[in-house]
Design a protein around this ligand. Structure first.
Ligand SMILES: *[C@@H]1O[C@H](CO)[C@@H](O)[C@H](O)[C@H]1NC(C)=O
Ligand SMILES: *[C@@H]1O[C@H](CO)[C@@H](O)[C@H](O)[C@H]1NC(C)=O
Ligand SMILES: *[C@@H]1O[C@H](CO)[C@@H](O)[C@H](O)[C@H]1NC(C)=O
Ligand SMILES: *[C@@H]1O[C@H](CO)[C@@H](O)[C@H](O)[C@H]1NC(C)=O
Ligand SMILES: *[C@@H]1O[C@H](CO)[C@@H](O)[C@H](O)[C@H]1NC(C)=O
Length: 369
């Protein structure tokens, strides 16, 4: 018992150091701007939660949890958990159906989502950012969303959050954004945010784009990329896809300002761009709308493409530069009631992906304190 108390005291002391040092650092820089304040505040509450939680498990776990206090790294752990979202998809009741004037099968279901309820996730304190919070976070930044129709839907979701209830403005955004196969650019002057959507259906287009930014020496604050479905339909060759992804990875690593300091298997620390990969959604083969799609975009091919992504080492989990926005798990968990064509999903999916990105930005930005 004495030994155990000793261990506990040691743990408490360690926890204090781990909590107070970043807290002090955060306090020192708070005035820099609102974004840092916001992320600092979140980080402090996060750090406190994370470090207090180990003190409540059962006694036999005590010693191991005390030692884990010292090695636990909230930033990495929470980034690994941020895609862990669960869904409640229920038929709408008759009155809300009438109220919403449902014109589409998709609208017949209520889709609610939230971060899963586990112990570990609670410590990360993920939250759905409101419009003002998102505006604070993105104030003054340049955001690029590049890719196929999935990326376009993501861009729409991000703008819906930032522009809020101004439905007239959203209608005009939607009309411009959905001009077939075209780029789109908007400056949201209230918060000085610039967002570009770049139509880039193939990975080689993304690589090309990265090269362009590199030659212009311009570096976006946030960049979200994603492509794969066109490759699957038109090349139908997972090795082709993997090769393209590897080339993209090489280009992206060379775009990063601190790329020379980047060891191959370490996370990208201190880069000034936040880079995301919007994964491929689950394809529901029977719902795809052409014979060619049903034939080529089979489950087996989907899995081969998913493996190609892993093997390309593009993602942070495999030592690469991009953080995954896990469309696969979002769409899988939401299920067939969340899509009308087995490929493009309900707005709720992309809304969740946007919130995953924003929460990751919150966690990431504290590292710049
Ligand atoms: C539902 O919407 C359609 C067009 O979007 C409109 O013509 C119709 O009157 C609406 N019905 C109700 C009950 O609001
Ligand atoms: C954005 O930042 C500027 C200065 O950094 C500030 O004046 C402005 O109020 C901010 N806007 C929002 C919506 O936070
Ligand atoms: C690469 O970018 C250039 C300049 O925008 C464009 O002309 C060219 O078609 C692009 N090529 C590919 C493969 O995307
Ligand atoms: C994307 O790449 C394809 C294949 O190289 C090319 O044909 C197409 O023009 C490119 N599209 C854009 C928008 O750059
Ligand atoms: C698939 O792509 C790879 C790499 O581009 C190529 O070497 C191979 O021949 C392709 N396979 C088929 C069946 O086209």
């Amino acid at each position: 018992m004495l030994m155990m108390l000793g261990a506990v005291q040691l743990g408490v002391a360690a926890a204090c150091v781990v909590v107070l040092v970043p807290m002090g650092m955060a306090g020192w820089h708070l005035s820099r701007n609102k974004m840092l304040f916001f992320s600092g505040a979140l980080f402090i509450s996060l750090a406190i939660c994370v470090h207090l939680i180990p003190y409540f498990p059962s006694i036999p776990d005590f010693v191991t949890s005390v030692s884990s206090v010292v090695v636990f790294e909230p930033r990495t752990s929470c980034i690994n958990l941020v895609n862990d979202i669960s869904w409640k998809v229920n038929p709408q009741n008759a009155s809300s159906r009438l109220h919403n004037n449902a014109t589409h099968d998709l609208d017949l279901y209520d889709k609610r989502w939230g971060w899963s309820d586990s112990h570990k996730l609670k410590a990360c304190d993920f939250q759905k950012l409101s419009r003002p919070d998102a505006s604070d976070l993105l104030n003054g930044s340049w955001v690029i969303v590049a890719g196929d129709s999935q990326a376009r839907l993501f861009a729409l979701s991000l703008l819906t959050l930032v522009l809020g209830s101004d439905s007239q403005r959203m209608d005009s955004v939607r009309a411009d954004l959905f001009k077939r196969h075209s780029d789109y650019s908007i400056f949201v002057d209230e918060i000085g945010m610039k967002m570009d959507f770049v139509w880039a259906p193939y990975v080689v287009n993304l690589t090309n784009l990265t090269t362009e930014y590199k030659t212009q020496n311009s570096c976006p604050d946030v960049m979200v990329m994603g492509a794969g479905l066109w490759d699957m339909l038109h090349f139908n060759n997972a090795s082709h896809y993997e090769l393209a992804l590897r080339m993209l990875k090489t280009k992206v690593v060379s775009l990063l300002p601190l790329s020379t300091e980047l060891a191959m298997n370490e996370p990208v620390v201190g880069s000034s761009s936040h880079l995301f990969w919007l994964g491929m959604p689950v394809l529901i083969n029977g719902m795809l709308n052409t014979e060619e799609k049903r034939d080529k975009m089979s489950d087996a091919m989907w899995h081969a493409y998913d493996r190609a992504l892993g093997d390309s080492k593009l993602l942070r989990q495999t030592g690469g530069p991009l953080l995954l926005l896990d469309s696969q798990s979002l769409t899988w968990n939401c299920g067939p009631h969340c899509t009308s064509d087995g490929m493009h999903y309900d707005g709720a999916i992309y809304e969740a992906a946007v919130q995953i990105m924003l929460n990751t930005l919150l966690i990431e930005s504290h590292q710049r304190l």
